[in-house]
Write a protein that binds this ligand. Structure first.
Ligand code: SF4
Ligand code: SF4
Length: 211
């Protein structure tokens, strides 16, 4: 069934068909990160083709907001490896050491917490810069890309409510959400077909492990 002009079930099958061989070949040649970048570009291009200028204007997400960057984010192993490779390429050894220390502190703080408890401790993502931007923006997780909102105050309110164990509606671009959620499921399925662990892991733990 089509939603927002796209049959996401068919698109997911198409993604799996188009990218399984590409990712499998890249794995053999140890060029996974290049293949993953192409996969992410393909999904971003689909988003760009579909979003109208009106849609884009309504989305409130901006560098410097980042209020949402304290929720639990699940990543797949290839995403964590891609982020680790990006960090090794772009960050100095001192920055990586500081990051590892921050990640270990963060992991102690969030260990065993469910989503409500995590919202209550207000623990920002280790990749959120002091200016409120994502410091791994080009390789950020698919599920971070799926999150949009038309009102940053609604996000703050929703987080406050989540910390109290209650829910609050946030108006968002549902096409973007469904697009990246579907891409995540397709990549998990591709990864499984490559004989790999296709489960999602908490972002900090997964990247710390991959570094
Ligand atoms: S989802 Fe909300 S909190 Fe996150 S960047 Fe967008 S407007 Fe800001
Ligand atoms: S990876 Fe980037 S976008 Fe995702 S939660 Fe962390 S800072 Fe925010």
């Amino acid at each position: 069934m089509k939603r927002y002009g796209v049959d996401f079930y068919v698109w997911r099958q198409q993604l799996e068909q188009d990218w399984h061989q590409v990712i499998q070949r890249a794995l053999k040649k140890e060029q996974l990160n290049g293949a993953l970048e192409q996969f992410l570009d393909a999904v971003e291009q689909k988003l760009e083709r579909k979003l109208t200028p009106h849609d884009s204007e309504r989305i409130a997400c901006r560098a410097g907001c980042g209020t949402c960057c304290q929720v639990h984010v699940a990543v797949l192993q290839p995403e964590a490896e891609n982020i680790a490779a990006y960090l090794k390429e772009n960050w100095t050894s001192e920055q990586l050491e500081t990051l590892q220390q921050r990640m270990q502190k963060m992991l102690v703080r969030i260990e065993g917490l469910d989503e409500v408890e995590r919202a209550a401790v207000s623990c920002s993502c280790v990749f959120l810069s002091d200016e409120g931007s994502c410091s791994i923006y080009p390789v950020r997780p698919l599920l971070c890309r799926s999150l949009t909102s038309t009102c940053s105050e609604s996000c703050r309110q929703a987080l406050r409510m989540q910390a109290l164990g209650e829910s609050c509606q946030v108006e968002m671009n549902l096409f973007q959400k469904e697009l990246f959620d579907t891409a995540y499921l397709a990549l998990a399925s591709i990864w499984q077909r490559c004989g790999k662990d296709h489960r999602g892991y908490e972002l900090t733990a997964a990247v710390s492990e991959a570094l």
